[in-house]
Design a protein around this ligand. Sequence first.
Ligand SMILES: Cc1ncc(COP(=O)(O)O)c(C=O)c1O
Length: 454
Amino acid sequence: MSEFEQSLSWASQFSVDYLKEVGKQRVVPQVKPGEISASLPASAPEESEPMSAILADFERLILPGITHWQHPGFLNFFSCSTSEPGIVAEMLSATLNANGMLWKTSPAITELEQTTLDWLRQWMGLGHGWFGMFHDTASTATLHAMIAARQRIAPEARAEGLRGDLVIYASEWAHSSIEKDVFVAGFGTNQLRKIETDPVTLAMKPEALKIAIEKDRAAGLRPCCIVATVGTTSTTAIDPVAEIGNIARAENIWLHVDAAYGGALAVAEEFRWLMDGVEAADSLVVNPHKWLFVPFDCSAFFCKQPEVLRQAFSLVPSYLQTNDETVNLMDYGIPLGRKFRALKLWFVMRNFGRQRIVSILRDHMKWIAWLADKLCNDQRFEVTHPVTMGLVCYRLRAGDAATLSLVDRINASGRFFIGTAQVQGRPIIRTALGNLSVCRETIEQFWQLLNAEA
Ligand SMILES: Cc1ncc(COP(=O)(O)O)c(C=O)c1O
């Protein structure tokens, strides 16, 4: 066997064992900052090292510094859940290492990208007319949406730059990537309006949005883009997309929907309502790498007006010119090079089938409801926000210090990893599920520990 064959078979056995055994490890490693880099040589080797030594160091030096996102007890943030077909596809994609910047630089990359994203559109119950492409993350996808919005409202900006009069609107609970994209795209954070939300649901108030737009128009500014969120990060609040869409259409403002996390749930028929109103949007982002079991990174970006993306992004030097009439994905976004992300979505969609994915999502929703019910029926806890997706938010009635100390104790156990957020001036505990490894028993054991520690 060649060294390559030996290391591949080691890696495939490692993947099988890791996914089986990951639950036996601590979720979060016990390493101090700088410890891992201190264990590594200061410079790279001059001479070749055998793969056996590199793999041994991977186990000895790197694995102890890994936070195990695939651990059933990983209940923090939103999960990034891998899966067996996704892992195989990643390996094949690295083997081909083909670059899909143009159709002709790998026709299958462009065509499978369009096909799998059209499949995903259908799974989420969306109508025809959406052009799909992948980005690495939702942050990047939303940046593209904002630049497309700028192109439609202020086409002169591509040549002249921004004049500081374009305004972006998002809920005060929109993900931080919205604000980051606003300054990265050059709008300036002074041009971002954080729209007031309902105090209970934390969903954007359409009347507040309308007033903000009127005020900006009266001041001679140009409303450019609204970002509505389906499943905010802190509490999974759902903005009223249909009402927001009516405003966007009446005002000719680009509407982008951030369903990075929540969009996955629309694959189950009973949650299709989450996409109500999305048809009126100009663009949408959903992350299959969050809750659709596709290995990171895989962010699905949909746009109703691909021609605006082309106007915003196309720049073709002589060495990239083609004579064919095909879609060249480099014309629709910032990156030139394009990895074969479609392969992993294709493998996952086919190997799972919609039915299995729906059944997993339903289980997750059942287990989170079970946990929320336990918390609601316990005097010590207060469930702070409606449970709309795979996340429950709560705190101890004993106070904020007690709440934060409870989180520290749960995380110190090494068995679970939960998080916090600051909402309406007070901390909440966020407990979110989405891993393939999580099961009913995990959540029961989590409740036992929480109960004991509280
Ligand atoms: C609602 C929402 N939007 C955007 C993002 C950013 O996602 P990404 O890491 O893909 O940029 C997140 C991350 O959790 C999110 O929850």
